[in-house]
Design a protein around this ligand. Sequence first.
Ligand code: M6R
Length: 361
Amino acid sequence: TKGGYEHFMYKEINEQPGALRRTTQGRLNTHTGGVELDEFPPGTFADVEQIHLVAMGTSHHAGMYAASLLNARGIPAFAFMSGEYSVVKPPVTPNTLVIAVSQSGETADTLDAVRRARAAGAKTLAVTNVVGSSMTRECDDELLLRAGPEIGVAATKTFSSQVTALALLSERISEDITGVRSSDARNLMEALARLPGDVQEILDTSTAREIAIEYEESDAYFFIGRGPAHPVALEGALKFKEISYEHAEGFAASELKHGPLALVTPITPVFAIFTGHEDEATLSNMKEVQARGAPVIAVTSDRSSEVVEFADHVLSIPETHPEIAGILANVQLQLVAYHAANLLERPIDKPRNLAKCVTVE
Ligand code: M6R
């Protein structure tokens, strides 16, 4: 049931603290900075040479996010849309680990990518929310999200849990491959342990509804970010368009000047996401769009910086480890999308033309 909420999506957004607690439960050690995944004891991934993350939609954004965490640890990792994977045919070896990210575990394109990878000799691992799903049967191994059932077509709590589970997995993998724990692993584990509380703080204090009201009449909505904030920008735009039916696009902030800037006008609000990844450069991009008259909503944990001074509005997130700040920023963007769609009286839980699970290619 919707448990008193008007929509499943809003219920699931609000369930995130509990979901994240379950995703990390018993899987991290804040004293040692170690990852404790029963499924994957230390050494499991010692032979892995490269990683492919295959997924669609929101799960692909989680895959992109994880690729950036792995790359930051010196691990060759690449995120692919699973629908493109069997067309592009990136080379795999027996030491390639293919991680399939799928909430439902039933997405046809992702199942197809996994089958192709297995046939080519790769190892496969499913990161999914559904026990016993096809993905878990097709892959060699599985890591469950434990986020609880997600009914709304728009994926919300499962994205947060996917990135969280993938952050743990990335740390395990990099420790196995490099033989050393990352230097700030303990800070990361502490931040992951605080994550449910940080998300709760956003849910309790967010001004996302006011932003949605202020910009209800806009022409289009743009989202920009760098590093792990790039997939968050894509995810913010995907959520916005799928439930509000308004035009929304996400870009890497560095891409702006190479085309998208032509679309920026005083009636295209820009959400700029700051997660501590070359924030100075994103601040310049923010000023560039403001110079074209666009209002900027900065999503940031910084309360005193130039970003706050120049932004037209701020959606605040608690201070945390930069690698997981994107999860918090995304919660604010989920709320903006939800309130915007609600103001427009859209059928939030069942957007037109979309299904929860896409079982055809
Ligand atoms: O079940 P999956 O995670 O494999 O689904 C993949 C996409 O269809 C899904 O993430 C979709 O983009 C979201 N429901 C959008 O909110």
